[in-house]
Design a protein around this ligand. Structure first.
Ligand code: XMP
Length: 516
């Protein structure tokens, strides 16, 4: 019998930092989940079946305690008897529910602030008298009732940290999860280990064993199928399922023709030797056929998604699989709004669209609780090749969303060659590890050039290189000019149809990472 993994639950009040708090907790090898404040008690009860929930963190949020319905909704959370840490809005909420005075601040605090630690207790144990903390709030706690102690203050905020006299309930007006709070990590560490008594038992080795056992149990000797793209998520899910199922697993690799140069061969070589059934479908012609004359980005994504499902369905029927395995990861579930409504920016094509159309006895998502870097750690445990572990994310529709306008065989050839050059040069310059993604885009703009003393009229290629943690936001990378120069020279020299190369200097937001 394996002991349950300890967990901290982050109650999300709509702040931009809930994920960051979740990530920080996992960095301590403690499991974390984010739940919306609405229905949090029910979610926690559900989580308790699988995890040993040891504490709750209230995230920040854009609201005001006296304007919304959160206070009534969280009352029951206090009755669970678990330690609580409120951050920013969460801190104000604790004070408000207790009957303290919270109101719009006379002076808003934003940025790095000096806090005076009056009582270095609990979450603030071991801290200096003066601490640099990161603040971002317009409401302020002015007083708390007598059952609460004030642990810290700032120039404009009389109750910047609080603690219940007898119970493990804490509040911090600042954000310990943001790196600008100098000892933020220490504060979170204090809460997780000293206050909640967590053990560091969220480890990837255990995860691998557990996942394999669960896949075996859930599928009960039946056949399973997985769509394998060669990206890290579906590769890891395939490798885990391969260990659990062997020949009962069929991995389907659909070559839609928009893969990077060398990719189909690489995926075939890597997975064909895993002791599973491996089916590679060359569907290049049918995808191109369907996309003829299509220029609208969303239309392209929709067609590719649909065609993908058709190809996959055909194989699934042939194989007679009962279960579908998917490489869905935690942010996918959060972003696809499984708990929260989220605005649709673009139709992400991944295998998540499959089950709505297809009939399976069940769907298994072994990576459903993991963040990307945890998936990478699992990949290391499974000894997947470094090319898979460290590869940059690649969109499901592939290079098709990096060709603006109609997709033609000529354009595919140009983008493949340009993409290879970008990869080669960035990797040769040793810049790869600092970048989230780096690639070429073939724009639909033609421009005049001069090649070999003659007028040339050819395509414009854009280079995109970004830094990011989670792809939710990204900054364009400040690639040295010499590298950009080399890329531009090679692309125009090696591609007779390209006359111009530009560098994309837009952050996300306002741009997205991919062009379509
Ligand atoms: P955007 O372009 O929305 O992309 O800023 C964010 C991240 O997601 C990748 N991306 C996709 N991944 N299917 C995927 O699995 C898709 O359809 C898709 N579209 C974009 C993109 O490469 C970036 O890392």
């Amino acid at each position: 019998m394996v002991a349950k993994t300890d967990a901290i639950v982050v109650v999300d009040f709509g702040g931009q930092y809930a994920h960051l708090i979740g990530r920080r907790i996992r960095d301590f090898n403690v499991y974390s989940e984010i739940v919306p404040y609405d229905g949090a008690v029910e979610e926690i009860e559900e989580l308790r079946k699988k995890y040993h929930v040891k504490g709750i963190i209230f995230s920040g949020g854009p609201s005001s305690v006296y304007r919304d319905d959160a206070p009534e909704k969280i009352n029951r959370l206090f009755e669970l008897g678990l330690p609580i840490l409120g951050i920013c809005y969460g801190h104000q909420l604790i004070a408000h529910v207790a009957g303290g005075r919270v109101k719009a601040a006379d002076r808003k605090e934003y940025g790095i602030t000096l806090a005076t630690i009056d009582r270095p207790l609990g979450v603030l144990k071991g801290l200096k008298r003066k601490e640099k903390v990161w603040m971002s709030h317009s409401d302020t706690v002015y007083s708390v009732p007598s059952e609460y102690l004030v642990l810290a203050h700032t120039e404009n905020c009389p109750v910047a940290a609080l603690k219940h006299r007898d119970r493990p309930i804490f509040g911090l007006q600042w954000h310990p999860e943001v790196t600008h709070t100098e000892n933020g990590e220490r504060m979170l560490h204090n809460f997780i280990f000293e206050v909640c008594g967590c053990r560091r038992n969220w480890v990837m080795g255990d995860f691998v064993k557990r996942a394999i056992r669960e896949i075996r149990q859930e599928t009960g000797g039946k056949k399973c199928i997985i769509a394998l793209s060669g990206g890290i998520d579906s590769s890891v899910a395939t490798a885990l399922a391969a260990r659990a199922l062997g020949k009962r697993l069929t991995a389907v690799f659909v070559d839609h023709g928009f893969m990077r140069e060398g990719e189909p061969e690489f995926v075939k070589k890597t997975f064909a030797k895993m002791g599973i059934n491996f089916v590679a479908v060359d569907a290049r012609k049918r995808f191109l056929q369907k996309l003829k004359g299509v220029t609208d980005p969303e239309e392209k994504r929709r067609i590719i998604g649909e065609e993908f499902i058709k190809v996959f369905e055909e194989v699934a029927k042939r194989v007679g699989a009962d279960y579908l395995i998917q490489g869905t990861i935690y942010p996918d579930r959060i972003e696809s709004g499984f708990r929260r409504r989220s605005e649709k920016i673009k139709t992400h094509h991944n295998v998540a669209g499959l089950p709505t159309k297809m009939e399976f006895r069940g769907i298994i998502e072994p990576l459903r609780d993991l963040y990307k870097d945890e998936v990478r750690r699992v990949a290391e445990r499974l000894k997947l090749p470094p090319e898979i572990i460290r590869r940059q994310p690649f969109p499901g529709p592939g290079l098709a969303v990096r060709i603006t306008g109609e997709i033609t065989p000529e354009k595919i050839k140009i983008i493949k060659a340009a993409d290879r050059i970008v990869r080669e040069e960035i990797e040769r310059a040793g810049l790869k590890d600092g970048l989230w993604q780096y690639f070429a885009v073939l724009t639909n703009t033609k421009s005049t050039g001069v090649k070999g003393d003659a007028r040339a009229y050819g395509y414009t290629v854009a280079i995109r290189a970004v830094e990011s943690r989670e792809a939710m936001t990204a900054s364009f990378a400040k690639i040295p000019y010499e590298i950009l120069e080399r890329i531009s020279t090679r692309i125009t020299n090696e591609n007779p149809d390209v006359t111009r190369v530009v560098y994309d200097i837009t952050h996300k937001p306002p741009a997205t990472i991919e062009w379509e």
